[in-house]
Design a protein around this ligand. Structure first.
Ligand code: ZN
Length: 502
């Protein structure tokens, strides 16, 4: 870098780091809203989050950023492979995006997201979509406006999806999803034809919630989650927020579903390991941020499914569960737990879905979201369209909105174009896992004795430490030697589920 540009670059970094401080304060407040805030705090919290979002947005659109960027970009001495160049590319993408959105829209969205999330939680508990409808209508309207600010010649959905996953668009997703859907449905048919499902009695054995929590903590500790730099709490909808030295996970407990609590903890733990594995020296800059939501989800799904639903994992965790949950576990072998955790059954709730039907849930939402944004589906008609989608994709009837279109928090907090990153996450996870198995042939033996460090080291090296240095497609090619494909995912499911059902 030319000496005169160094000052511009340093100004960019310092400005971004200060903005990160404000944004991370908002994230902690949002975490508190879901875990500890009393109901009466809702109004003030919405205004706090609105104020912080406005400050963050104002800082992110500061015209000086444009000047600093221009100086850096016109510096011919800037090495394209350098950290600085990678950060400049990230800053440019963020700045161009932010400056397309008016401050008033950003502030109103932040307030509505906080309010609507609270209304959604009540409406879901009461299974009352009518209560949520005014918030949903306003949300769709504002998201359409946001998309129109960003989209240029793209569709609204593509404009919002690109915020979640750089480069993602509906056309390429449809190409990926259509054959995937066929192969999943075919595999489901083969399993159904066996006429017998794995015994899942274990998932209904009642265990004290405190015992479940200590089992979740033990699993998280084993896979390498650092509790000196993170927490585990409970919330209605499990999530992970924060990064570096303060990563907050939540799971949920119901007395008779320890597999759900454990699976959610492993899932959010995978997100948390990614955040703890980002390079601390780059905190507050693009190199210190996750590559994309799809890559983020690959980390959660890898730990939840490729590890947490593997035979080897249950060989290690059966005795662990015995010590945390008590004698009841004695009646179940590691293989019993493995089979119970891999039972395939079309169900109503996405977050509880098995690995085979999970992506069918995502595909339903993918279609509905596009229709909501392009205006061909009105918010008031969402429940009927949702129920029709489930009938067609999963062959099940949705009995009420609580288990239908009110089940997910996403739309209430303004996340549109997000759901397909879950399926991309599954595909990336399978491709990473198959590359890991090439590099570490005795992975299962390691996991069976509770040694997850080599896997974590591989992920740190190939994924975590790079931050946003590469776009998701490039990161995948570098880590696995190939472009993203659905083949490793389908091959993995076929191999595992045929074994589980044998
Ligand atoms: Zn996730």
């Amino acid at each position: 870098m030319h000496p005169t540009t160094v000052a511009d670059y340093q100004a960019l970094v310092a400005h971004s780091q200060e903005t990160h401080v404000l944004a991370s304060a908002a994230a902690t407040l949002a975490w508190d809203q879901e875990t500890g805030m009393p109901k009466g705090g809702g109004d003030l919290r919405s205004r706090q989050l609105e104020a912080l979002a406005a400050m963050v947005h104002q800082r992110s659109t500061d015209p000086r950023i444009g000047e600093w960027l221009q100086a850096c970009e016109s510096d011919r001495n800037l090495q394209q492979e350098s950290d600085a160049a990678a950060n400049v590319r990230g800053f440019r993408r963020d700045y161009d995006r932010a400056t397309k959105l008016p401050n008033t829209l950003v502030a109103e969205l932040a307030r509505l997201e906080s309010q609507a999330q609270q209304v959604w939680a009540e409406a879901r508990a009461a299974s009352d979509y009518a209560r949520f409808l005014p918030s949903m209508e306003r949300m769709v309207f504002l998201q359409q406006q946001k998309a129109d600010c960003l989209r240029g010649s793209r569709s609204r959905w593509d404009a919002l999806a690109d915020l979640c996953e750089p480069g993602m668009n509906a056309a390429s997703l449809s190409q990926l999803f259509a054959p995937l859907r066929e192969r999943l449905v075919a595999l489901r048919g083969q399993l159904d034809a066996r006429g017998k499902r794995p015994d899942d009695r274990f998932s209904r054995v009642p265990f004290e919630e405190s015992a479940q929590e200590s089992a979740c903590r033990a699993a998280l500790q084993a896979i390498g989650f650092d509790f000196d730099r993170g927490r585990l709490d409970r919330s209605a909808h499990p999530f992970c927020t924060g990064s570096f030295g303060d990563v907050r996970l939540t799971t949920r407990y119901s007395k008779d579903n320890v597999l759900d609590a454990l699976g959610s903890a492993m899932h959010e733990g995978g997100h948390g390991l990614y955040e703890q594995g980002l390079c601390a020296e780059h905190m507050g800059t693009p190199l210190g941020e996750a590559a994309s939501l799809g890559i983020h989800e690959s980390q959660s799904r890898l730990w939840e499914n490729h590890v947490g639903r593997s035979r080897a994992f249950w060989q290690w965790s059966q005795p662990m569960l015995r010590s945390k949950l008590g004698l009841e576990v004695d009646g179940y072998s590691a293989d019993d737990l493995w089979r119970a955790s891999n039972r395939v059954e079309p169900s109503l709730i996405r977050v509880e879905a098995d690995e085979l039907t999970y992506d069918l849930h995502v595909m339903v939402r993918f279609e509905l979201e596009q229709a909501l944004l392009d205006g061909s589906l009105a918010a008031k008609d969402l429940p009927a369209a949702w129920n029709a989608g489930y009938r067609q994709a999963l062959g099940i009837e949705v009995p009420d909105d609580r288990r239908g279109c009110l089940q997910d928090v996403h739309w209430s907090c303004g996340l549109f174009g997000y759901f397909p990153t879950y399926t991309l996450g599954n595909l990336y996870a399978a491709q990473f896992a198959s590359a890991v198995r090439r590099d570490i042939p005795d992975l299962d033996d390691q996991h069976a004795r509770g040694d997850f460090a080599p896997l974590l080291a591989w992920l740190r090296d190939k994924v975590h430490r790079h931050g946003r240095r590469f776009d998701p497609a490039e990161l995948c090619r570098r880590a696995t030697g190939a472009a993203l494909s659905a083949d490793p995912f389908v091959a993995y499911l076929e191999q595992k589920l045929h074994a589980v059902y044998a």
